[in-house]
Design a protein around this ligand. Structure first.
Ligand SMILES: [Fe+2]
Length: 387
């Protein structure tokens, strides 16, 4: 325990400046441990005597830090589990699971990925009968953030409620302060599948997103700035394309019909998209689906522009963020288009307004909030998202 406290204390100077809703009087060290416990007990279902495999990334890649896995391992041992750790590379694609990892997964009761390989495999059928969980808290600071302090079951049920309500709607519309304004239809079959959270074979922690809305019926305009990124599916390089000045994409029936903006920026944007499409035999004009973040405590404490790949890998949980899965006819495609401070409407009812989840005010959400004893400050969107 002391070792863990010293790890987190190193970062306390930075954390002290960040407002953690309704948790300000609790030391960061304890928050990180509480986050780990929420993951292990409430999400993974870890019990004393269980065998758990913690899959880490190679040291020095700078994506996951080494502190967060250590805190999770310490808490798992404290619960009484047997912890096995394994370090492996990110796979070239979802179909390339290393044989040693497959064997290890068959041997344990639970596999926890603090490694992007878990993200790559989230739509695949995986070996072994144990639980699989992908963790998006990339460092000790994120493990202490508000997103991990909301009880896992509360977020699961809140997102179930969101999925259920949005699935009853006929239409959706997404706007943003930069000028995005697109709309489309909610497919009728979504109402029948509202309990299905997106065909994932891996649990996600913290739970943060609603079911993706198909974009095949989408029309309007999407304004893109800053950068676009990969989707943590297949590996390619460069994974980030920086956009020097905003580009407006005109969308017709789920496909890019035209771009407007600086001609040089558009040419470069098209060239990058085509490069990715040709690598995997895809149509870069196709937009598959979109979703918005719903976990208000999601925070990114670094600068997104310093490492957009890392930012992309966890920021999707923030209600200040929405992304479109593009370049590919499968979820999640190969290129993410990022929208900041979205407003999301279903049948003209506002569910998310400029990065705040107004759905939390609905009678159905309020009943859950009361049941779990969540205080309003915990549901206010964290503004620190690295921009
Ligand atoms: Fe996504």
């Amino acid at each position: 325990m002391d070792d863990v406290r010293s790890i987190v204390t190193l970062k306390t100077a930075k954390i002290a400046e960040i407002k953690v809703p309704a948790q300000t009087e609790i030391p960061t060290t304890d928050l990180a441990l509480q986050g780990a416990r929420n993951l292990l007990v409430n999400c993974v279902g870890l019990q004393a005597g269980d065998r758990v495999l913690l899959v880490e990334e190679e040291y020095g890649l700078g994506y996951f830090d080494s502190d967060a896995p250590q805190i999770v391992a310490t808490e798992a041992r404290r619960i009484g589990a047997e912890v096995l750790t394994m370090t492996t590379s990110r796979a070239p694609g979802p179909g390339a699971i290393p044989a040693a990892l497959t064997a290890a997964m068959e041997y344990v009761d639970h596999t926890i990925f603090m490694n992007r390989i878990g993200d790559q495999m989230r739509f695949k059928s995986l070996p072994g009968r144990g639980s699989k969980t992908m963790v998006y808290t990339l460092d000790a600071d994120m493990l202490a953030a508000g997103s991990t302090q909301l009880p896992h079951l509360f977020m699961v049920r809140m997102i179930d409620a969101f999925n259920s309500e949005m699935s009853q709607a006929k239409t959706w519309r997404v706007t943003c302060p930069a000028g995005t304004d697109v709309s489309g239809e909610v497919p009728a079959e979504m109402a029948r599948q509202s309990k299905d959270t997106g065909n994932f074979t891996v649990n996600l922690f913290p739970t943060s997103v609603h079911k993706p809305l198909p974009a095949g019926s989408m029309n309007g305009r999407i304004v893109l700035g800053r950068f676009i990124t990969g989707t943590n599916t297949n590996v390619y390089s460069p994974e980030v394309h920086f956009i020097e000045s905003p580009i407006t994409a005109t969308i017709e029936n789920g496909r890019v019909a035209d771009f407007d903006g600086n001609p040089r920026c558009i040419d470069r944007f098209r060239a990058h998209s085509k490069m990715v499409a040709e690598l995997f035999g895809l149509d870069e004009t196709l937009i598959h689906s979109w979703h918005c973040g719903l976990n208000p405590g999601t925070a990114y404490f670094g600068k997104a522009a310093d490492d957009p790949v890392r930012w992309n890998g966890m920021i999707f949980g923030s209600p200040r963020h929405l992304h479109f899965h593009t370049c590919g006819d499968y979820p999640p495609g190969e290129i993410n288009w990022h929208i900041i401070d979205p407003t999301v409407r279903f049948d003209n009812q506002v569910f998310v307004e400029c990065g705040e989840v107004t759905f939390f005010q609905s009678a159905r959400a309020q009943a859950l909030i009361k049941e779990f004893g969540i205080v309003p400050a915990q549901l206010k969107t964290e503004q620190e998202i690295g921009l």
